[in-house]
Ligand binder design. Structure first.
Ligand code: SAM
Length: 271
């Protein structure tokens, strides 16, 4: 499906989450990024190059990965030679191959397609290599996702996303943008967040086990931890009360009150 309100021949493709940033907002976003001529950037989804064209003169290099074949083909003629456009799905490209020979650590920027923003976030956390490959990422997201990313324990938005991300990155909200900041306008409000990648803040034991525990208990966030933990404890052939005791956490708390450190202890108790 395409919409018709785009200038030129290309029509915005809904399936790729295409909402192009209006010029008035480009400079605000670039100023928030605070780029330097020493920086190399990875851009996810350059689209028609709204951010790419503004950023390129201010930085060393940009590698831009775009899924839309037509946009990826049109962009190189519109940007300076320090931009390399790669056609591909960011979730499936071989990042090692795409970034081979590029300076590390690099920085990341992206006005993300909202339909795949969470998988892209997790892919970035995995690929950041504790800040050795990616220093930071400035990302445009649906505001609701940004709210969940920056949420503190005890708040309604706090959950698996905040905990998993806080293990590997500090997150700050930078800007909030109305639907009118884009063409075509999305149905939702948007927000820009900055992730600064760092080594794991806690020893979570096995990362996959940690993710299963975190996601599992938040499926039942209104129950007490003791009850919310039962299904996931069963899936590891453990008892919830044994895990809670070994982890030294309060089983009468709700999952949404648990800190990263407490979740890490619960996950380690499984091993
Ligand atoms: N950066 C442009 C801007 O700010 O105007 C476009 C932003 S638009 C919200 C998202 C862009 O990501 C589109 O160009 C879309 O084609 C591209 N895109 C969507 N899914 C992608 C994926 N999996 N990998 C790479 N690019 C993707």
């Amino acid at each position: 499906m395409s919409t018709t309100n785009s200038p030129g021949k290309h029509r915005a493709r809904k399936r790729f989450g295409q909402h192009f940033l209006e010029p008035a907002w480009v400079n605000k976003l670039i100023a928030a990024v605070n780029p330097s001529t020493d920086d190399t950037f990875l851009e996810i989804g350059p689209g028609r190059g709204a951010l790419t064209k503004a950023l390129a003169p201010l930085v060393g290099r940009i590698v831009a990965v775009e899924i839309d074949r037509d946009l990826a083909a049109a962009l190189p003629a519109q940007v300076p030679p320090n931009v390399r456009v790669v056609e591909g799905d960011f979730l499936h490209v071989d990042l090692d191959a795409v970034l081979r020979g590029e300076q590390v650590p690099m920085r990341v920027i992206g006005n993300l397609p909202y339909n795949v923003a969470s998988p892209i976030l997790f892919a970035l956390l995995d690929a950041a290599d504790d800040g050795r490959r990616f220093v930071d990422a400035t990302l445009m997201l649906q505001k609701e996702v940004a709210d969940r990313l920056v949420a503190e324990p005890g708040s309604d938005d706090y959950g698996a996303l905040a905990i998993q991300v806080s293990l590997l990155a500090r997150v700050d909200r930078i800007l909030t943008l109305p639907p009118g900041a884009f063409r075509p306008p999305p149905k939702v409000t948007s927000a820009v967040v900055r992730l600064q990648f760092h080594p794991p803040r806690e020893d979570v034991g096995n990362r996959a086990t940690f993710e299963r525990v975190v996601r599992g208990v938040f499926l039942q966030r209104r129950k007490t931890l003791l009850n919310a933990l039962k299904p996931v404890a069963d899936s590891f052939s453990r008892s919830a009360s044994e895990l809670i005791e070994r982890a030294g956490v309060d089983g009468s708390k709700r999952p949404e009150a648990l800190t990263l450190a407490e979740m890490a202890r619960l996950a380690r108790a499984v091993l």
